[in-house]
Design a protein around this ligand. Structure first.
Ligand code: NDP
Length: 278
């Protein structure tokens, strides 16, 4: 344990891969705060004890990553976003209460705001590939921004149906073979599957049918420029990458714990890019 006045951490199992300490400690140094951000490896059977005694461990809050996001939700007082998404990734102590939110939602929308201004002008459809945990945050963000038709294309139909039950009629489950037709009418395509990630199968789709005004977002950030983002840029389409979302989702936690709203700057991005390509 260090001696900083305020400390936060990221908990997960495993946790070695997390870039959160790099991001938050960069901001701590930049703003010359008497603070510290650490990694904590917490096994599933220990998460309830860890979160219940967060203050005694010297923390004002924490980030939560796999596999603890659902447990964190049930062990805290979630806001509307965390409740709707069904997972919490940012927790903070507020008086005696442990509160939580899900910052993947604003990570996704703020990254698009920064990379593709006007992306939510509408009234086009959105196409979301995948129906896992991150798709829930993305769909919530799209509904918040006024998208009325969100086609969710997923290998396992039960999961895209579950998204419709969770978020209502804006969510329209669809099959992979409907993609050419759906893309032709879409203003936004988002990949929330792990396809295209290093070590995973490629995301094998043809974005040819997308109109020239459509935008593309990929949540995958390893590799930094996925085949999807590369194909979009090669066609002259606007694209938002996964690293941008990762950086933007970190902002709110830092503000809640340390009282300063940090910026997502080219310097921060370069720092994390260098770490990811190491
Ligand atoms: P989940 O495990 O919850 O969901 C994975 C999704 O990928 C499911 O829809 C799954 O389909 C689909 N999928 C996986 N393998 C295949 C395959 N072989 N063929 C077809 N579909 C497949 O993961 P998350 O939603 O949490 O994360 C998904 C990706 O998003 C990861 O790469 C993660 O790193 C990234 N991510 C990035 C963030 C950022 O800040 N940039 C934030 C959160 C996630 P099915 O339901 O059929 O299994």
């Amino acid at each position: 344990m260090g001696n900083a006045t305020r400390a936060a951490c990221v908990i997960g199992w495993p946790i070695k891969h997390s870039r959160s300490p790099l991001i938050h400690n960069y901001w701590i140094e930049l703003h010359r705060l008497d603070a510290e951000y650490r990694r904590e490896e917490v096994a599933p059977e220990a998460v309830a004890d860890f979160l219940t005694h967060l203050a005694e461990r010297g923390y004002v809050g924490c980030n939560v990553t796999l596999p603890h996001k659902e447990a964190a939700l049930s062990l805290s007082e979630p806001d509307d976003r965390a409740l709707a998404v069904g997972a919490a990734n940012t927790l903070w102590l507020d008086g005696g209460k442990l509160r939580s939110t899900n910052t993947d939602v604003e990570g996704f929308t703020a990254n698009l705001d920064a990379s593709v201004p006007g992306w939510d002008r509408g009234p086009d459809d959105a196409v979301v590939l995948g129906a896992g945990g991150s798709a829930r945050a993305v769909v919530y963000g799209l509904i918040e921004r006024g998208f009325e038709v969100i086609h969710v294309v997923n290998r396992t139909t039960e999961r895209s149906q579950a998204l419709r039950e969770r978020f209502g009629g804006a969510v329209q489950p669809a099959a992979w073979n409907a993609l050419p037709h759906l893309l032709a009418r879409a203003g936004l395509l988002v990949n929330t599957t792990s396809l295209g990630m290093t070590g995973q199968p490629p995301l094998d789709i043809d974005i040819g049918p997308l109109s020239k005004d459509a935008a593309v977002a990929d949540l995958v950030y390893a590799p930094l420029e996925t085949a999807l983002v590369k194909a979009a840029r090669a066609r002259g389409l606007s694209a938002a990458d996964g690293l941008g979302m990762l950086l933007h989702q970190a902002v709110r936690g830092f503000q809640l714990w340390f009282g300063v709203r940090p910026g997502v700057t080219p310097e921060l991005r370069a720092l994390v890019e260098a770490d990811l390509t190491r």
